[in-house]
Design a protein around this ligand. Structure first.
Ligand SMILES: [Ca+2]
Ligand SMILES: [Ca+2]
Ligand SMILES: [Ca+2]
Length: 354
């Protein structure tokens, strides 16, 4: 082998082995940051909502939301939903430990959580490398965060979203301060502060563990925590709630509706005049009017009425078939302005096809 060829190979090996390490030295997953006090007021349930807020951040992450795109109302609703899940499952919501957080996730969320005791630095970083943020219970005062309120010095929960090998720091989403977005703590600080909850200010003696997460459903896909006859994977496919038996609130359980061919997400019995409907398999949109349904002849007519696609209810074929079909909503001629939409009887059903 020629010397120049050897040099080339040596350089190639050097570059290809060192370069990936340099690139991986810093990594941060786009977990959207949420404050546990969305309104800035340290009152219940928010003052004790670090566990729920950490879970909510990771849920938004697995739903594909990037950094900083969650509005306050949406954040509040998600956190309150989790408080409600804890109330219905445990009968209380304050200070949930690692196992209880993992249980709530595994019961009610479309992703999974599992506890790893005494995780090493390498294990924690590996989770970030594979795209899985971590929920970390800590002894709050060990984080030495100057922004904290005094009452947070015992049990606290944060999200590890990234790491920086050059600075030897974890990048976290810390819900206890408005400055918690991408908050850096040293590796040593995190490894020291890591403790599961123990009551009576004893968290510093709690087990060292972390709650790892994964979007892959393995253990829980066939579970039916809300006991409505639909498994977790069914509920995800039908878009129904994992923690409510009756997603659309019409008095019929999700499983019962699916089994009988009705929509579990649209309260079909409560549809009223003016509502827009369609079925899942056909593009035609209809407006409900005095118990009859009238087809909207084109997108132009739809837009001229000021309707919006988000207003359309996708109903079951079975319920659709119960309706009497009325006149099409099409064009009417207007001598002065040309063509205007009509919502009333003299329509012809003609369609420009536009
Ligand atoms: Ca279910
Ligand atoms: Ca359900
Ligand atoms: Ca229902």
């Amino acid at each position: 082998m020629k010397t120049s060829t050897k040099k080339y190979i040596a350089t190639f090996i050097l570059v290809s082995t060192i370069l990936p390490k340099i690139v991986l030295a810093q990594k941060n997953l786009p977990v959207p940051f949420l404050s546990q006090v969305p309104d800035g007021k340290w009152v219940e349930p928010w003052a004790n909502a670090c566990e729920e807020t950490s879970t909510a951040m990771i849920d938004f992450f697995y739903q594909g939301y990037a950094n900083n795109t969650i509005d306050i109302q949406r954040a509040k609703k998600k956190i309150l939903d989790i408080v409600y899940m804890e109330d219905i499952y445990f009968g209380w919501n304050k200070d949930t430990n690692a196992k209880q957080m993992a249980d709530i996730i595994n019961f009610y969320f479309p992703w999974e959580a599992f506890i790893v005791k005494n995780p090493t630095l390498t294990q924690l970083k590996h989770e970030i490398d594979v795209g899985h943020p971590i929920i970390l219970p800590v002894q709050g005062r060990d984080l030495h965060n100057a922004y904290y309120k005094a009452e947070l010095i015992d049990y606290h929960v944060i999200v590890i979203s990234g790491y920086d090998d050059e600075k030897k720091e974890f990048i976290t989403q810390d819900p206890a301060t408005p400055n918690g977005l991408d908050y850096h703590y040293t590796y040593d600080t995190i490894m020291t502060a890591m403790h599961d909850f123990l009551p009576n200010d004893k968290t510093y003696k709690g087990t060292k563990l972390a709650v790892f997460t994964t979007p892959n459903l393995v253990k829980t896909k066939n579970s039916d925590t809300d006991k409505d006859g639909l498994t977790k994977i069914d509920e995800i496919n039908y878009g129904t709630s994992l923690w409510s038996k009756d997603t659309d609130g019409d008095g019929y359980n999700d499983g019962q509706e699916v089994q009988n061919g009705y929509s579990p997400t649209v309260s079909e019995t409560k549809l009223k005049s003016g509502d827009l409907i369609k079925t899942a398999h056909k593009p035609d949109v209809y407006v409900l009017e005095n118990g009859k349904i009238r087809k909207i002849s084109s997108m132009t007519i739809f837009n001229m009425h000021g309707w919006d696609e988000t207003q359309i209810f996708v109903i079951s074929d079975k319920f659709f078939e119960k309706y009497i079909i009325g006149d099409v909503i099409g064009y009417v001629k207007n001598l002065y302005s040309g063509i205007v939409p009509s919502n009333w009887a003299e329509t012809t059903g003609s369609d420009s096809g536009s």
